[in-house]
Design a protein around this ligand. Structure first.
Ligand code: ADP
Ligand code: MG
Length: 757
């Protein structure tokens, strides 16, 4: 794997790099970010272990080439550190493992494992030739079990290590154990049914073997011992036994399949709800940093795979393990001569599968990432429908999707080839072993060292087992997919949620709504300060307006009040209490907020107005709509308040959407209300009507009106005029500000003039 770092975009003060080293390696990403973050002049570093992207923000006066050199040096240092750390133990993260061919240290262990397997098999051979019967059997059992256990243990450990690497210390459990979580009881139930079903299947195989024996030899010794001596009676007895075993297999298989599927569904549902709940509580700055479609992909596909693994492959693994547990001792007791050849493939296949896993892990991480990018672009392009059409860029968009789809296809093709090759290798091993069993067993029967009666039922049973083993390739594949999906789910869940430092609450009727910003400085990560040392007072029970150029920090003030963001320094007080001492929910209940780009849900108009006050009566909904000047246009629609408005309210005009959002906030009836450009898309006449209607609404509450159209704020009790960088340039009432002949007065001149024209 290439360990390089290549620049993706370089602008003054900001560089984006693609660093292969951090892809799929959260630890390496963290280390790199920390290392670069310590360099003087570099202000912020974000390394994304999913995409491999590294964003470096720095003092714009530093030459870009210097930054580039530092990034490369840091990558080289981290790479050296990672290689050192990886040498003594198993690789930390499969996604970033170099292929086994190039990693000598890494391939040593599987080689040891398979070497152990083969060595044990040789030892078995020697023991078979020389030792006494019990010692031969013991040696054989021990060898097969030890070699298999060695290989499996190695994998289990590695998965635990990887999981710890992805989510940090403390999670020392295997991902599968974590995935099952509280559904362990159902897992046990399903497992018990599967084991019983497998035992029944083995019994069926034995009965069929005996049937063959009766037909060829005239009798089956075990039945004769039970008192059934005549061939006819034995056949009848066997028919009954076969029928009973068939019925048991069918019933148990049905019940166990049902249980496994239920388990899969429970796991999927559980992970989806828990993860979604987590996502809902993420701090806004983290949610903004994640692509919506990527999060959606994790909540649907990745979580689905967690359940699917338990609904299918987990059952297969258990059946395989059960057959092994029953068959290996049976074989070794009854026909130790041929046991080694029958079971030799087990450790070999286990090793092959795990080796394949090493390779496929990186492939699955890459394919998953490319698919996520594709999905994200598809949604983006679809949502941009009107823009695409108006710029006639349909072909450009189609080509973009084509490229991404091709990239996803290429990486899938690569993993598919590996997977298919692996499955066929495993099948070749199992069939070779079947042939070997027949040949070696046949020779033993001909040579008189093995009785045909013993050999005959044993022919079919290992075949059953080996057929199942041949599915191990597919199972390992699913397992790998599941780990990759689990990794993505865990990463999403590792993002921090909003937490409350203080647990103060507000009693809504007592909230007066006086808001004080006390020397507040706030900057978005990597940006210059949006608000700098800003102090202002918003008196209780009055209408206060914030006006000013776009980008002057008006919306940022609203975000601070809602605690979507927190000030870097300074305090925000509500009725004299620092809002950081209050619970967020309590604060947000006290403040009604109409955002600049309000979101309407796919549903009816009434549903949207009622959002957040689900128990509101129809009359209250209509009253709120009337106050927001929405009632007239809603009533004119054929379905009135039951009109479906499509995704994001697509079937409404911008001004209509704003009025619905306003009605929603009016209905909420909070003591403090922030209207952020809430009527910017509404015509002047309607806006004037809304203002008249809002006057009674505003009478007993604190209103903050953010606007760029000065006519909106003319009636306000106090107007703050914001300048770039979040500074208050002027303040006062409309008349006072006009009398000052300052910035506000000239803006008013321009806007009034524009209106007059
Ligand atoms: N999510 C964000 N991430 C980074 N910068 C932002 C973000 N939102 C706003 N800004 C920047 O902060 C500054 C103030 O923005 P904002 O408060 O939205 O201004 P206004 O509402 O007055 O137009 C602007 O320079 C804007 O580019
Ligand atoms: Mg704004």
């Amino acid at each position: 794997m290439e360990r390089g770092a290549s620049p993706r975009s370089v602008t003054p003060g900001r560089q984006r790099w693609d660093v292969e080293l951090v892809r799929g390696r959260p630890r390496a990403a963290e280390t790199l970010a920390a290392a670069l973050g310590r360099v003087p002049g570099i202000t912020d570093v974000q390394a994304n272990p999913v995409t491999g992207g590294v964003l470096v923000r720095h003092d714009a006066r530093m030459p870009a080439t210097d930054i580039g050199r530092m990034v490369r040096t840091a990558v080289a240092l981290v790479a050296a550190g990672t290689a050192r750390a990886a040498r003594p133990g198993p690789p930390r993260t499969p996604a970033a493992s170099p292929p086994p061919r190039t990693g000598r240290g890494r391939s040593a262990r599987p080689v040891l494992a398979v070497g152990g397997g083969i060595g044990c098999a040789v030892a078995v051979g020697v023991a078979l030739a020389k030792g006494s019967a019990p010692s031969r059997q013991l040696a054989a059992v021990g060898a097969v079990v030890a070699a298999t256990a060695l290989v499996l243990r190695r994998d289990w450990r590695r998965a635990v290590d990887t999981s710890r690497d992805a989510v940090g210390p403390g999670a020392g459990r295997h991902p599968l154990v974590e995935i099952v979580g509280p559904h362990r009881r159902r897992l046990y139930r399903a497992a018990a049914l599967s084991i019983a079903c497998q035992a029944a299947e083995m019994a069926l195989g034995t009965f069929l073997g005996w049937t063959g024996l009766v037909l060829i030899k005239g009798e089956a010794a075990p039945l004769a011992r039970l008192g059934l001596t005549a061939a006819g009676a034995q056949l009848c007895g066997l028919a009954g036994l076969v029928a009973a075993a068939c019925a048991a297999v069918a019933g148990l298989s049905y019940a166990s399949n049902l249980q496994w599927r239920r388990l899969g569904q429970d796991i999927e549902h559980d992970w989806r709800s828990r993860t979604y709940r987590h996502v809902q509580h993420l701090a806004p700055r983290h949610l903004e940093g994640e692509r919506t479609s990527r999060v959606a992909g994790t909540l649907t596909n990745d979580v689905g795979q967690l359940g699917a693994f338990f609904a299918g492959p987990a059952n297969d693994v258990l059946q395989l393990a059960t057959s092994l547990l029953i068959l290996v001792p049976a074989f070794l007791l009854l026909a130790p001569q041929i046991a080694w050849i029958a079971f030799l493939p087990i450790p070999v296949i286990a090793w092959l599968s795990l080796r394949h896993q090493d390779k496929s892990a990186a492939g699955y991480a890459r394919t998953g990432e490319r698919r996520a990018r594709l999905g994200s672009q598809v949604i983006n392009s679809l949502e941009a429908g009107a823009t695409v059409k108006s710029f006639c860029t349909e072909d450009f968009e189609a080509a973009r999707i084509d490229d991404l789809s091709e990239a996803a296809q290429a990486s899938s093709r690569h993993s598919d080839r590996d997977t298919t090759r692996h499955a066929e290798t495993v099948r070749a091993c199992t069939t070779a072993s079947m042939a070997g069993t027949l040949l070696v067993g046949g020779r033993a029967v001909l040579g008189g060292t093995l009785r045909f009666e013993v050999f005959s039922p044993l022919i079919g049973l290992p075949q059953m087992l080996l057929m199942r083993m041949s599915r191990l390739g597919g199972i390992a594949d699913q397992y790998q997919r599941t780990l990759a999906c689990y990794d993505r789910v865990r990463r999403l869940r590792a993002l921090p949620v909003e937490t409350d430092a203080g647990d103060g609450t507000l009693d809504l009727p007592d909230v007066r709504g006086e808001i004080v910003l006390d020397r507040v400085t706030f900057a978005y990560p990597g940006r210059p300060a949006a608000l700098e040392d800003l102090s202002l007072t918003i008196p209780a029970g009055r209408v206060t307006a914030l006006v000013g150029a776009t980008g002057s920090g008006k919306t940022s003030i609203a975000k601070l009040l809602m605690r979507f963001q927190d000030a870097d320094s300074g305090r925000v007080l509500l009725d004299g209490r620092d809002i950081r001492d209050l619970r967020r929910r309590s604060l947000r209940h006290a403040i009604g907020f109409v955002a600049q780009d309000p979101f309407l849900f796919d549903g009816t108009i009434a549903d949207n107005i009622r959002y957040g006050r689900f128990d509101a009566s129809d009359e209250a909904v209509v009253r709120a709509a009337a106050m927001a000047e929405a009632h007239t246009f809603v009533a004119a629609l054929p379905d009135g308040y039951d009109t479906l408005i499509g995704e994001r309210g697509a079937s409404l005009s911008g001004g209509q959407r704003q009025r619905i959002a306003l009605a929603r906030t009016i209905l909420r009836d909070s003591p403090v209300v922030i209207l952020d450009e809430a009527t910017s898309a509404v015509d002047n006449e309607t806006e004037a009507a809304i203002q008249r209607a809002l006057r009674s609404f505003a009478a007993d509450r604190t209103m903050i009106v953010i606007a760029h159209r000065l006519s909106t704020v003319r009636q306000a009790d106090r107007i703050y005029v914001m300048d770039k960088g979040g500074i208050v340039a002027e303040q006062g009432t409309h008349d006072e500000l006009l009398a000052r002949h300052g910035h506000y007065a000239s803006l008013w001149q321009i806007q009034a003039g524009a209106l007059a024209v």
